[in-house]
Design a protein around this ligand. Structure first.
Ligand code: PNS
Length: 159
């Protein structure tokens, strides 16, 4: 049984993330989506909201569990018998940071494996921060995130 972990901030989950999940679930017996709980960042959505949204948009996609974690990624990996961590690579700009993280994680825990999936070219410019920025200034974000996510974003600002 291969248990893989797709960790991230997911504030909010985008179509880029959705593509990685759709592909990773095919080679995972179980895919855990791990939402980082980082109290030092001021997120748009709380961790609880992000978990709820991710559960809704990944419903029916396969054996997916949505969880949160805090502290070191390797501690979650050890505690949950994770076989591999999945990360999406959008461009060479992602590579340096991701390479450094993968190596640091492997140095901290030598059984730690990271699998990189190349983002589809039509999604490679999408990031959670840009989606939030375009949304904040009233731009159309329909092509960048699932409709449910956009609904939640609109509801949040209209509160
Ligand atoms: O979606 P993001 O923000 O690119 O995800 C980054 C994430 C959550 C994978 C990374 O920040 C992380 O693993 N944080 C947990 C703390 C940790 O283990 N830091 C050392 C990494 S070398």
């Amino acid at each position: 049984m291969k248990i893989n972990l797709y960790p991230g901030t997911f504030d909010p989950i985008t179509n880029g993330h959705m593509d990685i999940i759709e592909r990773a679930v095919k080679f995972s017996d179980k895919l855990i989506i791990g939402v980082l709980n980082n109290p030092s960042k001021a997120p748009f959505f709380s961790v609880e909201e992000r978990i709820e949204i991710i559960k809704q948009v990944t419903e029916g996609m396969g054996n997916i569990v949505v969880d949160s974690f805090s502290g070191l990624l390797i501690d979650y990996v050890k505690a949950n018998n994770i076989d591999a961590v999945i990360r999406g690579l959008r461009a060479t700009t992602d590579f340096e940071y991701e390479f450094q993280m993968a190596q640091m994680n492997n140095k901290l825990y030598d059984k730690m494996e990271t699998i990189f999936l190349m983002t589809k070219s039509n999604l490679s410019y999408i990031s959670s921060s840009l989606v939030k920025e375009v949304f904040a200034f009233g731009g159309n974000i329909d092509d960048f995130a699932p409709a449910k996510v956009i609904e939640y974003m609109k509801a949040k600002v209209n509160k």
